[in-house]
Design a protein around this ligand. Structure first.
Ligand SMILES: [Cu+2]
Length: 556
């Protein structure tokens, strides 16, 4: 039975954490929160049972006892440049057993090899390098840039000491290459082994025409670890990167001068981390009863509070919330965003936004116009969050995550995109296509559950028929938690949030739908191209790891 638990009074972060992190002009930045009186959990019945390979691998990455909960070191922010992850280059072909989708028009695949390994990186300026686990030893991993209909066969080699598996988030891929160990255990990559993942880089296939639905072709995916029970740890240690796709339609927008060229197209992943006195990562989510592990150091592309030099022109940023449990609401100190994409997909038209909230794993593809900007512009997080369970209210001006240093004269002939500019067409799933309604309730019952049950990889909780559309209702039964829900394989379209139409920017394609406390979302989802087993789950990585996941099987 689902049991409602009121907001607990224990294991709270110090109330001053985010307040003390607020700064605008780059003065010395104290990360040390004061007076964090950490109490032990009183409610023993609350324990997550950890039924799936509990603690078989190091969960506690660095000593993190109750007295060493917050990052005890300081640094001066905005003294180091924003790192831009390198573009992953294809290499020699290799023998593989991948089944690429049966689609006409595919070109020869490109072959990539990625080595997962331990490395070090200077995350906090002026402090020792931090041990990370990176794709190719990089944090974040290299950025894939791939073309429509040009398959990528990626061999991931595990040079770490933990099991891994790779999920290409937002991808439309076979079950085998989807990267969920729970439904495809043979794709788990044990230490010193490798597995191949085959990405067709196609759009879903319309069964009537046998043509790809170009309206559903993705732009901004990200790849990250997806090992049940270890996802939070593995992503926290650095296993995440961007996977960007493009097609003729998007190239046309760029070549025609509507969208900025690739050199002004920058990925930004926002993450929060805790460090010890030696600048090493601290991770111990059990300390907060798996509500979600929050950091107190804000990291963008693997660097704590960097700066980025920009010209007076329009830039395109792929903004990703890559944190374990922290939500963001992003706002500029001057100017506003022009949103051109939501999660993986370009929007049908550009939408101005004064601030953008990103739940876990959500992305916003935005244009920032610096032509009339002052010499310094801060990208601020105005959302307060003191515990992993859920964000709180908005606070201004918030915490600056990134400083843009703007210089030069405004360019003429800049990208032409403005509010309302047409981007990718949207083909809605129509109500008359719906053949089935399913309801999923996300709750807390000693552990994180869906419809009162924790995840069991042997069980299918839905068996949609291929080439049909369904109505899925996601209900958050908890007044104290938020859950961003992510079904694999397909986009979904939000019809209603709490009985009302969603805001326009959330009314097209999504791959992650945030549920605030007590929220109910109704979405349409259509299952195309592939049959087989997939999962959907909460994307708070601690909730996901502790059983808030379900499997579904697309059947012929
Ligand atoms: Cu959750």
């Amino acid at each position: 039975m689902s049991r409602r638990i009121t907001r607990r009074e224990f294991i709270k972060y110090g109330a001053a954490v985010l307040g003390s992190a607020t700064l605008v002009n780059g003065a010395l930045y104290s990360l040390l929160s004061q007076g964090t009186g950490i109490a032990r959990v009183a409610d023993e019945t609350f324990r997550t049972p950890l039924r799936f390979a509990p603690f078989t691998q190091a969960r506690r990455i660095a000593p993190a006892d109750d007295q060493e909960f917050r990052t005890p070191i300081r640094f001066t922010p905005f003294t180091q440049a924003l790192p831009i992850p390198p573009v992953k280059q294809p290499g020699d072909s290799f023998t593989h057993r991948c089944a690429l989708p049966a689609v006409s028009g595919l070109s020869a695949p490109k072959f990539y090899t990625v080595q997962m390994k331990k490395a070090t990186a200077e995350i906090i300026p002026g402090h020792p390098e931090t041990v990370i686990w990176g794709y190719d030893g990089l944090y974040p991993g290299p950025t894939f840039r791939v073309n429509h209909n040009e398959p990528a066969i990626v061999r991931f080699v595990n040079g770490l000491t933990v099991n891994t598996i790779v999920h290409n988030h937002g991808g439309h891929n076979s079950s085998e290459s989807d990267g969920s160990d729970s439904v495809f255990p043979s794709q788990v990559i044990p230490p010193n082994e490798s597995r191949d993942f085959c990405y067709g880089n196609i759009a879903p296939i319309n069964p009537a025409t046998h043509q790809q639905e170009i309206s559903d072709f993705a732009s901004t995916q990200w790849y990250h670890d997806h090992m049940m029970d270890l996802t939070g740890q593995n992503v926290y240690m650095g296993l995440a990167g961007f996977y960007l796709l493009t097609d003729e339609l998007e190239k046309g927008l760029i070549d025609g001068g509507t969208l900025p060229a690739d050199s002004f197209n920058i990925p930004l992943v926002f993450q929060d981390r805790v460090f010890d006195q030696n600048a090493q990562l601290v991770f111990n989510p059990g300390q907060d009863e798996f509500n979600g592990w929050l950091g107190d150091v804000f990291v963008v592309n693997g660097k704590a509070q960097p700066y980025f030099n920009v010209q007076r022109r329009k830039y395109r940023f792929r903004m990703l919330n890559g944190s374990n449990a922290r939500w963001y609401e992003l706002q500029l100190s001057s100017g506003q965003f022009l949103q051109i994409g939501n999660d993986s997909w370009l929007l049908p038209f550009a939408i101005p936004r004064t601030s953008i909230r990103l739940a876990l794993a959500e992305r916003a593809d935005v244009i920032i116009d610096f032509r009339d900007a002052p010499n310094e512009v801060f990208l601020n997080n105005i959302l307060e969050q003191k515990e992993g369970a859920t964000p709180e209210g908005v606070t201004k001006p918030g915490t600056p995550l990134l400083k843009f240093i703007v210089s030069g004269l405004a360019v003429s002939n800049d990208a032409s995109v403005v509010s309302g500019t047409t981007l990718r067409p949207h083909t809605p799933i129509r109500p008359e296509e719906i053949v089935q309604t399913r309801r999923f309730v996300f709750a807390q019952d000693h552990h994180w559950v869906i419809n009162d049950r924790e995840f069991d990889p042997r069980r299918n909780d839905a068996t949609p028929k291929s080439n049909t559309a369904e109505r899925w209702i996601f209900k958050n039964d908890g007044g104290d938690w938020s859950h961003p829900i992510h079904p694999h394989l397909e986009a979904h379209q939000i019809q209603k949030i709490n009985g009302r139409a969603p805001p326009v920017y959330n009314s097209f394609k999504k791959d992650t739908t945030p549920l605030g406390p007590d929220d109910e979302a109704e979405v349409f989802i259509k299952f195309r191209t592939f049959t087989g087993r997939y999962v959907f789950h909460c994307h708070n990585l601690e909730h996901e790891d502790h059983a808030m996941m379900a499997a579904f099987e697309v059947v012929p």
